[in-house]
Design a protein around this ligand. Structure first.
Ligand code: ZN
Length: 406
């Protein structure tokens, strides 16, 4: 893998770059759609390619449980298994092990209300994950069987899955944890990162015929500046046999109003010549904020998840297509959009498909939302390169959040 920065914002941390992987190039900033279980739900990989997705991200935890990383390995790796020839990412499983383990799927969206607890579990849920200094023991959300993830197991699983970009195993905390716990978790994440580097190096050496995989460390530290900066410094300075991390993920609990500030602390500390991936971010305003703070790539399940709930993006904001107003609107979801859905189907048809629970509703809505978010980041990239970023941002955000939707 290689990465070059080709343009920068004149007054800010944002940049344009090119990330080269064994399965193709990614022009950055880029939004990477998520196919959690080796499938972007309801959409063919060919459609993802056509709508402009440059890479896909799948989840090590889910694929480890089902079908098993050995099956994906035997198929020739994640890309071959899911019929996607482009670049792929897998995340380490740390986030899923811990967030599913305490019953919170959306740590970013959690309402913390000043509570601080280290034993926090979602209401009505049993704790399914236990962390110790060596790793995490968890119960499968599928069948309740007990499993264990360590740095070495996460690396072995991610090598079997074979994605171009993989992530070090990390402990993902919540905003509710105490500062003392955040320190302990950070120290564990740093120790696990070193073990991941060692394990990654051995696994790479043992399989010289495979396309090389790039290992990214994950910066934690929640909402604390000293911890975020410390994590970024320690992980970017780490190397084993002269080899360090090829890029960095920025993970964990991120308070939306402070997203730019927190990501900025981290990117200030990271080497400028290596790519940074902001994990789990996909709302339009957050993408602008993350790019300005110096992040290069992003992934999020949000575009497809909200699509399946009939919430569609348009330049004037997100709206729900099941509203009665749309019954007779024989126009595209977004008349400025070039996606397959907008060039072939009407709002009236989408409304009907959702109301009648036709499966095609999920497909058409997901194609549009993924195109909208992938295309938004493409336009941000072009605007940075041409120097029009401030105007583009003002116009886009003004329309999207500024007024009541149609
Ligand atoms: Zn569209």
């Amino acid at each position: 893998m290689s990465f070059v920065v080709t343009a920068r914002m004149p007054d800010g941390r944002g940049r344009v770059g090119l990330l080269r992987t064994p399965h193709g190039d990614i022009a950055t900033p880029a939004f990477i759609p998520v196919g959690t279980r080796a499938s972007v739900k309801a959409v063919l990989p060919e459609s993802m390619r056509e709508l402009g997705a440059q890479a896909l991200l799948a989840n090590a935890y889910h694929l480890y449980l089902q079908p098993g990383a050995d099956i994906v390995d035997a198929a020739g790796g994640l890309g071959a298994f899911m019929n996607w020839s482009g670049p792929t990412f897998t995340d380490s499983g740390g986030f899923q092990v811990l967030s599913l383990g305490v019953g919170f799927k959306k740590i970013l969206a959690m309402d913390v209300q000043g509570r601080e607890r280290d034993d926090v579990v979602a209401p009505g849920k049993d704790r399914l994950a236990h962390v110790d200094d060596d790793g995490v023991t968890f119960k499968s959300h599928l069948d309740g069987t007990v499993h264990r993830f360590t740095s070495e197991i996460s690396m072995r699983v991610q090598h079997q899955l074979g994605a171009d970009i993989i992530f070090a195993f990390d402990e993902c905390t919540t905003l509710m944890n105490t500062y003392e716990y955040q320190v302990r978790a950070l120290e564990r994440t740093t120790a696990w990162a070193r073990r991941c580097l060692v394990s990654h190096s051995e696994l790479t050496r043992d399989s010289p015929a495979r396309p090389p995989q790039a290992l990214f460390a994950v910066i934690q530290g929640a909402q604390y500046e000293d911890l975020r900066r410390r994590s970024a410094r320690e992980l970017s300075g780490m190397s084993v046999d002269g080899r360090g991390f090829e890029g960095f993920g920025i993970g964990g609990a991120l308070e939306k109003p402070r997203l730019g500030e927190i990501v900025g602390w981290v990117t200030d500390e990271l080497p400028a010549d290596r790519p940074r991936h902001l994990l789990g971010i996909g709302d339009p305003d957050d993408l602008f904020t993350g790019i300005e703070a110096g992040a290069d790539t992003f992934d999020c399940v949000a575009p497809s998840r909200v699509a399946r709930n009939a919430a569609l993006h348009a330049p004037t904001g997100r709206f729900n297509i099941t509203g009665a107003d749309y019954r007779r609107q024989f126009v595209p979801i977004d008349d400025e959009c070039d996606c397959y859905t907008c060039t072939h189907y009407t709002r009236a048809y989408l409304h009907h498909a959702f109301k009648s629970k036709e499966m095609i509703a999920f497909t058409l809505a997901t194609i549009h939302n993924e195109r909208f978010i992938v295309g938004l980041v493409d336009r941000i990239r072009a605007a940075i390169a041409s120097g029009d970023y401030p105007d583009f941002k003002r116009e886009f955000l003004g329309r999207y959040y500024g007024r009541v939707r149609r």
